[in-house]
Design a protein around this ligand. Sequence first.
Ligand code: GLP
Length: 242
Amino acid sequence: MITIKVFESYDEMSAYAAEIVKEVINSTEKPVIGLATGTSPIGLYEKLIEMYKNNQVDFSQVTSINLDEYVGLPDDHPQSYHYFMNEYLFKHINIKKENVFVPNGIADDMEQECKDYDRRLRDLGYADIQILGIGANGHIGFNEPNVNMNTNTNICNLTPETIKANSRFFDSIDEVPKQGITLGLEGIFKAKKIVLVANGFSKAEVCKSFADEYVTTQVPASLLKLHKDIVVCLDKEAASLL
Ligand code: GLP
């Protein structure tokens, strides 16, 4: 079932989403949290850090498993998702290093990395909660619009729209990796709960698909309506076309 919540501001949206994540962590013995990158969840991570500092949440028993990574970027590249997670969350909280998983974008054998990542997720029993953002073209993780979508962790070619959108973080568009490694639909859908955050007018068009009655792999996020427990948190700009 999908629940759509609209907030006056990015800050309120982030606070609400963080509250959901906190409740899952606090009510689960060994919580498994699926994490996402992108600018959308930065506020949510800031709220979680604040909660941690105020002793409202403890990450010592948490295992995190990230959605995706660029293919070809080493962990210490400032635009890698390893680096992002460390900067915006991990280095501020008491999560154990050995309980943090982000796909390896520079593995010698990327096919094997995909298989190992799926096995790890299965062994962990899938996420208790999966945090998601959304691409302006509807991608989730790096699962891009396509006729066929992959159920497993996979290597995907980024669309020109995504390369262009993500080029804002690189010195030039030529530096943006052309491929990503991403959880597939199964890894995302097996999460017990999903919380998706989206903000700003650039997401308004795609967010319409949360409110209509259709699903299409041309807008991967539209499939999320089929999940049994998803909360979509939007600021009023992202919700402006609903
Ligand atoms: C990237 C990530 C996605 C993210 C999306 C939106 O391509 N792979 O996981 O949801 O961008 O990013 P932003 O939140 O910065 O708009």
